[in-house]
Design a protein around this ligand. Sequence first.
Ligand SMILES: CC(C)(COP(=O)(O)OP(=O)(O)OC[C@H]1O[C@@H](n2cnc3c(N)ncnc32)[C@H](O)[C@@H]1OP(=O)(O)O)[C@@H](O)C(=O)NCCC(=O)NCCS
Length: 316
Amino acid sequence: MKNIEIIGTGMAEAKRQITNDDLANIVETSDEWITSRTGIKTRRFCGEDEDATSLAIEAAKNAIASAGVKPEEIDCVVCGTLSGEYVVPALACLVQRELGFREDIPVLDVNAACSGFIYGLEVARGLLNSTDGHIGLVIGCEHLSRLLDMEDRNTCVLFGDGAGAAIIQTTDSGVYESVLGARGGYEIAVEGPGEVRSTIKMDGKAVFKFAVEAIPKCVTTLEDKAEITLDDVDMVVCHQANSRIIDHCVRKMHADSEKFYKNMDRFGNTSAASVPMALDEVCKNGLAKVGDTLMLVGFGGGLTWAGVLIRIGEKK
Ligand SMILES: CC(C)(COP(=O)(O)OP(=O)(O)OC[C@H]1O[C@@H](n2cnc3c(N)ncnc32)[C@H](O)[C@@H]1OP(=O)(O)O)[C@@H](O)C(=O)NCCC(=O)NCCS
């Protein structure tokens, strides 16, 4: 099985910025409470003319442009999402239609909640290897604002909308390792279509406990598999659920906090979109360059977890 590397990234921000003070006008909460418990200051919600499809398309276009690939070179499309406007067609298929990819390629969505983008990387790697493909598009995209109960202060302050995408290519060299797992659980749940509009329900304390076990488990498994330590990794991009979760794990692992990127202060928790959005910022802000090794770590509903060790490359 060939390794994969990242050769381009992109993202799409939803239009409406919602501050903690905006939410304090809706539910009994405060900027002080939200900031101290989560590190979140603002999040973005889709505007009238935006949805998961438009965000996914914009992020994909940006990733394609940054990699310098042509739409017809894409050999598979995988989108991690739990909040597309349609159950069918898959969000990935809507991106394919809009961007004019070839028809002889696998195109599908993956629902592994907040681990969806990292699961998507591994699914795309498997598909590229099994179909003799070379270049894949992996997207993480969420329109979570439409799944929020704006009267539930336990959840409505945490989540936001957005999309991120990466172009990957197969390579015979480089570093690549992965770890995927799940426990099964209802601690974060959204019911399927029914008479009543579905909203996110969450047991925050149980999820926090799960998350602070999942991140170190992914990190140490990847270190062991690749026979490296975090010293050999240039940046770690974790799922941006909550800054306290990342801080707790950094302390527990005696790791260098500078290597753990954070942007949840601006975007909140965007589920499957959070890792690729943070990844795009890491690449665009010069925190990672060609040849660098990144660790991406996700955890979330289902109770899924996922990590990859992956290198930044250039289009061959
Ligand atoms: C959600 C979370 C921030 C809550 O923090 P916490 O310290 O566990 O807070 P608690 O749930 O114990 O609630 C403490 C109090 O704050 C209240 N509270 C909850 N949300 C609040 C809000 N937005 N504003 C003000 N008060 C709030 C609770 O009602 C509770 O009040 P009570 O003691 O009168 O019952 C925390 O559990 C967490 O980060 N969990 C992980 C969530 C997550 O990341 N999910 C996605 C993972 S993919």
